[in-house]
Design a protein. Structure first.
Length: 337
């Protein structure tokens, strides 16, 4: 049994290494390998996929068989700033959509080096504005006779390098927009990619997947070194003012990740600023273990936990969330259609 587990673990690590760009090949090859390893023809759990433009950014919209009409997730995919796509993340996000009972929107934002910082930030902000407007219209249309409507719940989720895009979005939002974001979910977040970060300066990281070269090569293609400690690139340097009234945050990562110390530090800063932050660390797990569900049982359990937190279900499963599944807003109401 021990040998079988180790074989599964080795297979998981081999696959997950394809999420990290180490500079040994060209960017286009890296992108193709990611898509080949993680894309799938058939989506799990009967999830339907449609294409749509939000804020002139092409997106995949994933709709599970049952979802809360007032809840939508914007998932900002990772890929070391230079890779990743809706195809790469469609299967993983389908599982998230099912666990969280919500639609998931995956923006196909611009990537470096063709479009360096801040192009991706601008795309994500455009997507959010369009989604926010659509949700507000839907909320008003679904209001009852007394004028009361169930508030919309927007979830911002991101992994690895795209954590900076998720945090940058929040930093730029005014309070009335932040109030509509129910959760920010960060999987294995890159929170400090500055030139003085141990992630770049260490000769060897105690990590089975990430190396200093991954961060150095990725960041060099993403932005100038002078920008690397900017709040919108390395969220760990956010000011106390930036962190005021930050939405509830869930950080999920493995115990064996070099990213763990930064995650702990960021969680403390959020809590010191009066925000709620759940730091969910999985014993003996590696970088983005959630995306190796065919090899690791923990991958399924981790997404189950995210789903329970998002939907308000209890960890023991005895409490179930009640919601009405209404038809979603017709796309024609969005001016970008």
């Amino acid at each position: 049994m021990e040998k079988e587990y180790q074989n599964d673990r080795k297979s998981a690590i081999k696959k997950l290494k394809l999420l990290a760009y180490n500079g040994k090949g060209d960017v286009e090859s890296f992108r193709k390998k990611m898509d080949s390893a993680f894309s799938t023809v058939f989506l799990p759990n009967g999830v339907e996929c449609s294409e749509y433009k939000y804020g002139n950014v092409s997106c995949d919209v994933l709709s599970p068989e049952i979802y809360a009409s007032n809840r939508v997730m914007i998932y900002i995919h990772g890929g070391s700033f230079v890779g990743g796509s809706t195809a790469t993340y469609k299967s993983f996000c389908s599982s998230l959509a099912t666990k969280c009972y919500c639609r998931v929107i995956i923006p196909n934002y611009r990537l470096a080096p063709e479009a360096p910082y801040p192009a991706a930030n601008e795309d994500i902000q455009s997507v959010f504005r369009a989604v926010y407007t659509e949700e507000q219209i839907a909320c008003s249309l679904n209001a009852g006779k007394d004028g009361e409507a169930t508030p919309s719940e927007i979830i911002i989720a991101a992994d690895s390098s795209s954590a900076s895009l998720a945090c940058s979005l929040i930093f730029n939002l005014r309070e009335r927009y932040r109030a509509n974001i129910k959760h920010v979910i960060l999987f294995s977040p890159w929170l400090d990619v500055s030139s003085r970060s141990p992630l770049l300066t260490s000769k060897k990281l105690n990590d089975e997947i990430l190396t200093p070269e991954v961060f150095k090569k990725s960041v060099a293609l993403y932005t100038d070194e002078a920008n690397s400690d900017d709040t919108h690139v390395s969220p760990i340097y956010a000011s106390a003012q930036d962190l005021q009234n930050f939405p509830s945050v869930i950080i999920q990562l493995g115990e064996r990740e070099a990213l763990l110390d930064n995650a702990k530090a960021f969680a403390r800063r959020l809590e010191d600023a009066g925000n709620e932050c759940i730091l969910d660390v999985w014993q003996d797990m590696m970088f983005m273990f959630q995306m190796a569900d065919e090899y690791l049982h923990e991958s399924h359990l981790a997404l189950d936990k995210i789903g329970k937190i998002v939907t308000g279900g209890s960890e023991d499963g005895k409490t179930k969330q009640q919601f009405e599944n209404k038809p979603k807003l017709e796309r024609g109401l969005n001016s970008e259609a």
